[in-house]
Every structure is written in C-alpha cells, then in structure tokens.
Design a protein around this ligand. Sequence first.
Ligand code: SAM
Ligand code: FES
Length: 352
Amino acid sequence: MRSRCFELIDRLEKDKSLKREEWVFLFEHFEEPGLSEYLFEKAVRISKEVFGNKVYTRGLIEFTNYCKNNCLYCGIRRDNRNASRYRLTKEDILSCCEEGYELGFRTFVLQGGEDPAFTDEILVDIVRSIKDLYPDCALTLSIGEKPRKSYEAYYEAGADRYLLRHETGDKAHYARLHPGNMSFENRRRCLFDLKDIGYQVGSGFMVGSPYQTSDTLASDFLFLKELSPHMVGIGPFVPHHDTPFAKETGGTVALTLFCIGLLRLMLPKALLPATTALGTISPRGREMGILAGANVVMPNLSPVKVRKKYELYDNKICTGDEAAECRQCLENRMKSIGYELSRSRGDHPDLA
Ligand code: SAM
Ligand code: FES
C-alpha cells in the first residue's frame, strides 16, 4: 500500500492545496524513499506543459549593498562593519542594462539593500530611464519594504514586477529572524499592496533558516497559497560569517528541491527560479532546481568590481565572472539537461 505522503502529493496536484496538518506531515516525512522522485516527475511534467523546455532569464543588477536593516541572516546587514559598501551610479546601472540587452536579456532586476540614498525621486528617474531606453524589457525591483505611495510611484514610472520574499509565514519565526523594528504584518502589508497596485509579485523564503520547523514551513505554503504570487524565489539559507547566524547550520539541497517541487504542484504557472544560493551549496544545484520544477535562472549582470561586495552569504558563486561568461555558463548548464534559455520577457503565463 502506498504511504500517506504519496497520496498527499497526488491530492496537492489535483486540488492545488493542502491543510496545515497535511503540510506538516509531508515535511516531517519528506525523506521517505522514492517520494522526492515521485514529486519531481510530476513537477517537471507540469512545468514542461506550461513552459516547454524554455528557461526564462533575468539579468540581476545588484546596485547597492548599503542597507538600513539588520536582518539577522544577511551579510549586508547594517551592523556588519566588515562589509565594504558600494553604490552604482545611474550611468553604471544603464551600462549594465546595455550589456544585458546585447546578451539577450529582456528582464532586468534591480536589487539592493534598503538604501536611503536612493530616494524615491532618484529611483523613479532610474526606472523611467531604463523603460525609455528598453521599452520591450520588463523591469523588476527588489528594494525591500516601502510605503504604498513609493510602490505606486515606481509602478507609474514603469516598473513591472517586484520581488519581496516574505521570509517566513510564521509571525513568531519572523521575529526571530529580524530585529524588533521589523514585523511580519508590515511585510504582509507590502506584498498585498504590491499585488493590489498591479505589479507581478514575487515572494519566497529561505529553506533551512534558523528555527524553521515543519510547522513554519506549513505556514509558508499556506501564506503563499493565500497571496498567490506570480513568482516564488526559494533558496537554502547559507550562513554568513559576519552575522549573528554565523554558526547556524545551512539549508539542504534535498529540502530545497522538495519545496520547489511542491510549489510547482501548488502554483502550476508560477515563475520559480533555480537560485544562486542553490548553486552555491551544490555544483549542479541550479540544474537540479530545474529538474525539480523550477523554470527561471537569474545570471548576474552587476559589474565584476562590485560582485564580491554583494555578499549575502559565504562562498556566493559567480562573483568573478563577466556577465557574458555567466550567461554562457548557464546556457551550457541548461543545455546539458535538455533545456534552452529563452530570450523573451518571461511574463507570468496569465499576463503574457
Ligand atoms: N533588500 C531587498 C529585500 O529585503 O527584499 C533585497 C535584497 S535581500 C538581501 C534579498 C534576499 O536575500 C532576501 O529576501 C533573503 O531571503 C536572501 N538572503 C539574505 N541573506 C541570506 C542568507 N544568509 N542565505 C540565503 N539567502 C539570504
Ligand atoms: Fe554565473 Fe555560471 S551562472 S558563472
């Protein structure tokens, strides 16, 4: 007789949802022999039905590592005095876009710490300039928690998408990962505001973050079901030596892949990246991510001179490569598993 876990996977595929205690049960038994393979087979079939063998690409521009926040896990947190800080100028950012456009990217992701030097006025000007120069490209922002008015201003200026991981769907867990001036309520408010404004929204969490349990993971999936984002970025937690979590254990490849597979079954059309963090903890992590149901990769377009400084966690990969090398490397990696990098904007299928 097949175990309850296999039945739960079948039901997740059919109903696209599970109850809390069912999620908890699955996470508690995820290492059951044959279960992951069973899940990945379904996840890849669904991903191929929706996206074929195309993998979407996003060119990531890490434009500032200044941050006013102090998230306990993050290498560029405010109190890390050893971080060597940098900001790219508007001209630097535009030249990253120019290089990216030539390489075939049609989505740019501007990511950074919450840096007060980038006022809304400056950000709006950067967004407008990129959209004027590259009207056929999608622009994604990933610059943290802001008031609704700021999100509206960037959207009106032309930003299409916004990435803001919820980090954990459990309020008490959230409080253990963040300082007291940050709250799950505000994170939630931001995500629902972003959706309401009209952005394609990406959320997500770290797998294996300190104090994560099967119950908090269940909360992650219940929260994601409720939010129903267009994108979900998950990667393993990887410790950074200059943070309060330096001595904590990192997330595993196995659980990260399992979560990717579950996400594909729950949100069949979602854009799911095989993340750099997954590639950092395993040499073929990104390939394995695609073979567990992911369909996006995010090669780095940041200037090589600043890459090492955007060190969210230890041993981050791709910090020494030119943008062209990075794209080529991923192209080869995807080819090796029978996939191709797409040159489209890669919108969510319901919006394309
Ligand atoms: N400031 C923006 C924000 O908060 O959304 C964007 C930058 S933030 C560094 C991007 C993501 O990096 C976070 O959402 C977090 O999940 C991830 N991250 C930070 N530290 C990490 C670590 N030690 N291991 C894995 N991922 C990490
Ligand atoms: Fe950057 Fe491979 S993806 S070097």
